[in-house]
Design a binder for this molecule. Structure first.
Ligand code: GDP
Length: 417
């Protein structure tokens, strides 16, 4: 079988959690390939809201196995909290998760380093979530990281040696994070991970694919935050694009099947960084309010703006998207006019690509008539013509079909064409 990939095409928070949940019944294995607990995938069903940070969204399905791949970074403290909450809801967690021995561990001192580096940037802050993710990936590339497989070795010795290295760096910075206070629960998390299934997940996934099992690779954050292609330095520390699934799970590009690209009917961004279509007016405030655009991990308000087709086409190109899933169209139900950015005005001309110095662009918009009504839950035919015109314009511009349209946070509010 092939491995399909599901990922965000914007700056994250596109609604990936809901869609993975809709798709998981079709897959035997759900695998996370990058990112850390800065991800916050929200799933709502049976009137209970669940936010997953490190655990793949297949955890709520009895028949799915969940893989935390080598490309992921794990904070044992947060991981344990997440597992405890799921167990409290009666979910069988331990037997349904497999962790890569090569995944890297976020240490308490990584969190202190994150805060120290961000403080040091003064007014040039990148808006880090200060969860230690950047410093953990830095150590991975510097070949000084701590990995899950180390838990099965002389862990305390390895841990203390890494911690001492961090202490030398931290001595030059100011930070308030209390490493010692965090350590107790962090070590409880390490003990929990040790009691779980730690294996070389690349062998597992490839074997399962060969035996006909289906795999869904679940991306976190979004394409425009990719370390290579996002608006550097306002990016995350991992490859969020489809190629990241190969690296972060140990699968060949030859086994990749469909690439599902998720986007919101408008745009949001958390933290600093360029955002060409950002709105600073009443419409932007309404998007924030109706879309409940506050981070599921940090609670930070998300910046809001119109859909940016230049950015969407860039994301589609980088990922090889085969199907588009449009989320949160209901947020614009009361808008008289809907705008879509079709190009950028840049150095005296209109361009259709994202220039490296994107700060200098001014969006060029096409206007659409709003639909001004509540939406049906699951019938494309019953959607108002104004939405169909909007969706079909996006399909024509991108050349990719919009296969799913989400009209609300609940599982049931999903139109599949
Ligand atoms: P993710 O990180 O990509 O999974 O996105 P988040 O979970 O952080 O943000 C998506 C938010 O939008 C969550 O609160 C979802 O419950 C909610 N959501 C998902 N789809 C829809 C939708 O179609 N309409 C509305 N109004 N909310 C949605």
């Amino acid at each position: 079988m092939n491995a399909d990939i599901l990922l965000g095409l914007q700056w994250g928070d596109e609604g990936k959690g809901k869609i993975v949940d809709v798709l998981t019944p079709k897959y035997d294995i759900i695998a996370r390939f990058q990112g850390g607990p800065n991800a916050g995938h929200t799933l709502v069903f049976n009137n209970v809201k669940h936010v997953l940070h490190t655990i793949p969204s297949g955890i709520f399905r009895a028949n799915a196995m969940n893989v935390i791949g080598n490309g992921v970074v794990i904070d044992p403290y947060i991981f344990k909290e997440e597992i405890d909450k799921l167990v409290a809801h009666g979910i069988d967690v331990k037997s349904k998760i497999i962790i890569s021995s090569k995944a890297h561990i976020i240490m308490p001192s990584h969190k202190a380093l994150d805060e120290a580096y961000e403080n040091d940037k003064g007014d040039k802050k990148i808006g880090s979530t200060k969860k230690g993710i950047g410093p953990t990936y830095t150590d991975k590339i510097a070949r000084t990281g701590l990995r899950v497989g180390d838990i099965l070795l002389d862990f305390n010795a390895i841990y203390n040696s890494r911690k001492q290295q961090h202490a030398k760096i931290l001595a030059n910075y100011s930070y308030s994070f209390d490493i010692v206070a965090y350590e107790q629960k962090w070590f409880e998390g390490i003990a929990l991970i040790k009691s779980m299934q730690i294996i070389d997940t690349e062998y597992y996934i490839n074997k399962q694919l060969r035996s006909g099992k289906s795999v869904l690779c679940e991306g976190a954050q979004g394409t425009l935050l990719d370390i290579e292609f996002g608006s550097y330095p306002f990016v995350t520390s991992s490859n969020t694009i489809s190629a990241g699934a190969c690296v972060g799970l140990g699968i060949s590009p030859k086994v990749v099947g469909k690439v599902f690209g998720i986007f919101k009917a408008y745009c949001t961004r958390v933290g600093s960084g360029p955002f060409p279509t950002e709105l600073f007016d009443e419409t932007g405030a309404l998007m924030q309010k109706y879309g409940n655009e506050f981070g599921s991990t940090t609670g930070r308000p998300r910046r809001c703006g119109w859909l940016d087709l230049v950015a969407l086409k860039y994301a589609i190109m980088l990922n090889g998207v085969t199907q588009l899933f449009m989320m949160k169209i209901d947020v614009m139900n009361t808008f008289d006019t809907i705008k879509v950015c079709t190009g950028y005005s840049y150095k005296g001309e209109v361009i259709d690509y994202m220039p490296n110095d994107i700060e200098g662009v001014v969006p060029v918009y096409k206007e659409f008539k709003g639909w001004n009504c509540e939406l049906p839950s699951n019938s494309y035919a019953d959607l108002p013509q104004e939405i169909k015109t909007y969706i079909e314009f996006i399909e024509t511009e991108t050349g990719v079909p919009v296969q799913i349209i989400s009209t609300g946070p609940e599982r049931e509010k999903t139109i599949i064409r």
